[in-house]
Design a protein around this ligand. Structure first.
Ligand SMILES: Nc1ncnc2c1ncn2[C@@H]1O[C@H](COP(=O)(O)OP(=O)(O)O)[C@@H](O)[C@H]1O
Ligand SMILES: [Mg+2]
Length: 370
């Protein structure tokens, strides 16, 4: 068997990647209760935290358990279509349909997809979910991923369609829907094509709860690296772990990026008899910052947004307490939801981890603060 590795590209495949059990990363009992209670709710976290890995594991858990039919649908395909509502809702239906075929292993529900898409009104998603819920013999649980890749009229249309059938669940609409994305739906400020602004909270006022997926704990980081040690024999000096912690504070992609860099991109360490030392980890971190993988690149793009600068620049100048009242609270919430800053009760805001801090410092020089 091929050695497993640290994963830095997309959702986890436990057979190929060292993995923290995704179902242990949230309160599974809480989620199962919400599903039992027929709730529609939100799971959100910054990019590359493990949302998709968690949803896929939850889907498989539910389908194995057998009380519900759980379908995962990633709606990012609607992103490029922006305000073209009819195309977006069509894509959403196609995506659910395709995923459903994979789960049930046949085409038996295809006619529902075709019938729904013939509809003249835009309510194709609601129609499809109604017909589908009635046709299957178990309550449907729908896991919608990357919901915030939809924008404007299309997003509002999908949210309203989910609301429109809500009263008919579970016989004629999904028992439970989980909307997954970076931001909490409540916080969306959706600009329609007629320039009206709708809040996510009003378009989707049936939401019961928002759960946020957190970062890895120190123990989880250790556990992940020990999987490598157990499977390859390669050891890590214990002094590596405080460095990995302060560099990442448990951000899952960053943690894996260090693991991959230090055990396989750094050629000299592919020899598993080499013991990994703190200075090797430091070098791995420098390489990651320098190389600017997509994760880092997107971070840099986010830093170009005015609403982010308004929050970050005073922090660099160390003046966040004095000027706090000048910073719109929506901006602070945004910076937190995208994972740039952390807030803990009773403590000043801070940049989420040392890697982000270094990147921010090189992108936004404190000198730029007027
Ligand atoms: N359960 C896990 N165990 C170990 N690493 C994980 C786990 N879940 C996520 N990761 C890390 O996070 C990255 C992104 O995972 P993904 O599920 O695609 O997150 P998201 O959907 O939040 O962007 C993975 O490539 C991996 O580096
Ligand atoms: Mg994802």
């Amino acid at each position: 068997m091929e050695e497993r590795t640290f994963n830095t590209a997309g959702p986890q495949i436990p057979a190929d990647n060292y993995t923290i059990d995704p179902l242990s990363r949230f309160d599974l009992d809480d989620i199962l209760m919400l599903i039992r209670q027929k709730r529609y709710f939100v799971l959100h976290a910054p990019r590359q935290t493990g949302k998709t890995s968690c949803l896929l594991a939850l889907r498989d858990y539910l389908n194995k358990e057998g009380k519900y039919l759980a379908v995962y649908a990633n709606v990012e395909g609607g992103q490029a279509l922006r305000n073209k509502v009819k195309s977006v809702v069509g894509t959403v239906v196609d995506t659910i349909s395709r995923e459903l075929r994979i789960i049930v292993g046949n085409n038996s529900y295809n006619c529902i997809q075709e019938e729904a898409k013939k509809m003249e009104s835009g309510a194709v998603v609601a129609e499809y979910l109604t017909q589908l819920s009635m046709a299957i013999d178990k309550p449907l649980v729908l896991l919608f991923d990357e919901i915030d890749s939809l924008v404007g009229d299309s997003l509002v249309s999908v949210l309203r369609q989910l609301r429109s059938g809500y009263a008919n669940r579970p016989a004629a609409f999904p028992q439970s829907v989980i909307l997954c994305g970076v931001r909490d739906v409540r916080d969306y400020r959706i600009v329609l094509s007629n320039q009206d602004i709708v809040t996510g909270g009003s378009a989707f006022n049936i939401k019961a709860k928002s759960l946020r997926l957190g970062n890895f704990s120190k123990e989880e980081i250790h556990d992940l690296f020990m999987q490598h040690t157990h499977e390859t024999g390669q050891e890590f000096d214990e002094d590596c772990f405080p460095i990995i912690w302060s560099a990442t504070e448990g951000q899952p992609w960053l943690v894996n990026a260090i693991g991959l860099e230090v055990t396989s991109n750094m050629c000299e360490n592919r020899d598993r008899s080499v013991r990994i030392t703190p200075d090797m980890v430091e070098r791995a971190i420098e390489n990651i910052i320098y190389r600017r993988d997509t994760h880092i690149d997107i971070l840099i793009n986010i830093l170009k947004e005015d609403r982010v600068r308004r929050v970050i620049q005073p922090m660099l100048a160390n003046s966040y307490n004095a000027s706090d009242y000048l910073i719109p609270s929506d901006d602070i919430l945004y910076a937190e939801e995208v994972g740039l800053i952390m807030r803990e009760r009773g403590k000043p805001r801070r940049i989420s981890n040392n890697i982000y801090r270094q990147i921010i410092l090189s992108e936004l020089k404190p000198a730029q603060v007027s």
